[in-house]
Design a protein around this ligand. Sequence first.
Ligand code: NAD
Length: 255
Amino acid sequence: MGDKGLLHDKIIMITGSSSGIGAAAARVFAAEGAAVVLMARREGPLRELADEIRAEGGDAEVAVGDVTDAADVERAVGRAMRAFGRLDAAFNNAGWGTLGTALHETDDDVFDRIMDVNVRGVWNCMKQQIPAMLGRGGGAIVNTSSTAGLFATGVVSPYVAAKHAVLGLTRAAAAEYGGRGIRINALIVGSTRTELLEQAIEAVPQLEQAATSRAIQRRLAEPAEIARAAAWLLSDDASFVTGGAVPVDGGCSAV
Ligand SMILES: NC(=O)c1ccc[n+]([C@@H]2O[C@H](COP(=O)([O-])OP(=O)(O)OC[C@H]3O[C@@H](n4cnc5c(N)ncnc54)[C@H](O)[C@@H]3O)[C@@H](O)[C@H]2O)c1
């Protein structure tokens, strides 16, 4: 990394940036010299985060919206284009899951919601981001999958299916656009200390032990540890990495 930062001068869109891994990514990317476009549904936390980044001397724009809504995603990419003139990279991180009820007891609307946020969300984002990146001759995308994208972790089955689908979309898109300069990777995120997981642990305290028992490093990840891996994948340092299922899971997927 040079003095100017790993992501110097890059324009990066981050979805799900109002909390957890996405908010950590906004801070890490900005500290590494990127201008960030923050997308999530909650305006208040997004504006606070953007103000914090600007106060540190960084550049941040806010695009309030829902990734399940293609028009909202189009507006967010448009915001990057209007504010900065281009989009260099994207971290498609917004996602949602719930605790593991048995498949036959899980409501259909839970299935629909999980597929919508995790899979359609990434689909909507890549559909809008890719043309913007082709317009400038290439780019880089990281999509947030999970250890649940590789095997049954014990979480609710539609989430396992959805994160497998995120990995499938990532590989297919990487193959389609690699020749035109766009690198696309998936992060295999292990259990991470965020709002999503804290709420689940509050409801089921034994979950923390269960979530970490399988890994080599038996602890939860901090959101910034996931964000730093995303920063590297989006940087030019990862120039020969594409179509990857990159584990940031304390070795959970190795054993
Ligand atoms: N925390 C973990 O243990 C863990 C493990 C593996 C994968 N993940 C994945 O990491 C990603 C980030 O999760 P997190 O743990 O930081 O959760 P979080 O709940 O703290 O943050 C999720 C973010 O996504 C946003 N979001 C949710 N639905 C959205 C929608 N429809 N449109 C726009 N934004 C939306 C939320 O507002 C929030 O900003 C998710 O894709 C999640 O599935 C998390």
